[in-house]
Design a protein around this ligand. Structure first.
Ligand code: NAD
Length: 390
């Protein structure tokens, strides 16, 4: 579908950004107030060991005070169906009526699954897929400590089935957290490498929202501003983790990109990154960072005008360039940013075995993200993309 930025404009679209966003240094201390405003009384705090070790949970526990029903900090990278079900059992036994999640995407997605199980009961697998929920879920206040996934503002939860070595996608308007508290102080402890690849994750959300078949003017506006903020702020966050202004701009960018892609959707890069994360545990942001320029090259012909907008957001001077040249400049801008923040360029550096590429290509065709990609994909074309990225 032609989207904004082209002559014809979109034919029809729906845009929704249901999560209330609160931004400010120290605003995590408002978790209790936000929860009460939602009618919550017994929050269950979900976090992980790394976030706790960084000393970030204490302030939120203090903000929740005696109302806090319990704490679960056993969320691993990419979380898991069994992890969410364990957290739900514990939360129910504590009489919790909702969730406060504090962490990266793995924790926030656990919070979404937990709010669902507290409301609906049953098993997560019963709700896999699109729009399976019919009512509002238990309250969820999400507090991101990475600037990447945008999960605080998205309607999707990505939860790994560790037995099947695949990622389960739950996509539902009722999964969006009620509130996202964006507190840049919580990101100061994020190590440079995780800062780098989570930031590239946000960039990938933005670029994939722009080239998606479902792009529209609202998602474009959010995504392209996210690109501007990321291009200007990610290196500063990696080089000077204490820079609160840069951390704040990245937090905002990640949320904007989340709002963009939860409407416009993501495409081939995510279909492959989900598969690599499920099979080989490649961190989501790292897989996206490596694959994004190759995914853009894959789509170059169908999306040149769209990538010219990305180049513009990167601040590339395009005078005298045709659409294809601008598009190639956008791909190079992405590669340069990734290199500047110290990330590897190739899948082989992320522990992906070459002999797995055909199987990864095949499996990625079953990922829901692939249907929004502007250029059709089949096993052979994806294998070629992966081979180039390897
Ligand atoms: P993560 O949540 O897995 O965290 C990575 C590591 O960083 C963890 O060890 C954590 O303890 C540590 N960490 C987090 N914040 C920290 C801080 N402030 N200081 C010190 N250490 C900190 O990483 P992520 O990239 O945020 O999330 C990835 C997950 O999110 C994947 O499972 C991915 O599939 C999912 N995801 C979800 C969505 C969505 O919309 N729901 C979108 C993209 C990705």
């Amino acid at each position: 579908m032609p989207a904004s930025g082209t002559e014809s404009g979109p034919l029809a679209f729906v845009f929704s950004a249901p999560t209330r966003i609160v931004y400010g240094e120290g605003c995590a201390a408002e978790a209790g107030i936000e929860m009460s405003a939602l009618g919550g009384r017994r929050p269950f705090l979900v976090t992980d060991a790394g976030v706790r070790a960084a000393g970030l949970a204490y302030g939120v526990m203090k903000a929740l005070g005696k109302a806090c029903a319990g704490v679960f900090d056993e969320v691993p990278q990419d979380t898991g169906v069994h992890v969410v079900e364990k957290a739900a059992e514990l939360a129910r036994s504590c009489g919790a009526d909702g969730v406060v999640s504090l962490g990266g995407g793995s924790v926030l997605d656990t919070g979404k699954g937990l709010a669902l199980l507290l409301t609906e009961g049953g098993r997560l697998a019963d709700y896999q897929g699109f729009q399976m929920l019919t009512r509002r879920q238990a309250f969820h206040v999400a507090i991101p400590t990475t600037a990447g996934t945008g999960s605080e503002a998205t309607t999707v939860a990505v939860i790994k089935d560790h037995q099947a070595r695949s990622k389960v996608l739950l996509f539902d308007a009722h999964l969006a957290p009620d509130v996202g508290l964006l507190d840049p102080r919580l990101l100061v402890s994020l190590p440079p490498r995780i800062t780098a690849f989570t930031g590239m994750d946000a960039l990938t959300h933005a670029v994939e929202a722009v080239h998606s078949l479902q792009a529209e003017p609202f998602s474009d506006a959010l995504a392209l501003h996210a690109v501007r903020l990321i291009a200007g702020s990610l290196p500063a966050c990696v080089e000077r983790g204490q820079d609160l202004e840069a951390r704040g701009r990245m937090l905002v960018a990640a949320t904007l990109a989340g709002q963009a892609f939860t409407n416009a959707m993501v495409c081939v890069v995510h279909a492959l990154a989900h598969t690599l994360g499920g099979r080989f545990g490649v961190p989501h942001g790292l897989a996206n960072a490596i694959l994004l320029p190759f995914g853009m090259e894959y789509n170059l012909e169908s999306s040149a005008a769209r990538y010219a907008l990305v180049a513009e957001a990167f601040g590339v001077r395009q005078a005298g360039m045709g659409a294809e040249e601008s598009a190639r400049a956008a791909v190079e801008a992405v590669r340069d940013l990734s290199a500047r923040v110290g990330l590897p360029r190739r899948l082989r550096e992320a522990g992906v075995p070459r002999e797995s590429l055909a199987e990864v290509a095949d499996a990625a065709l079953s990922d829901g993200s692939i249907v929004y990609n502007p250029r059709p994909a089949d096993a052979a074309s994806l294998a070629e993309l992966l081979e180039a990225a390897w």
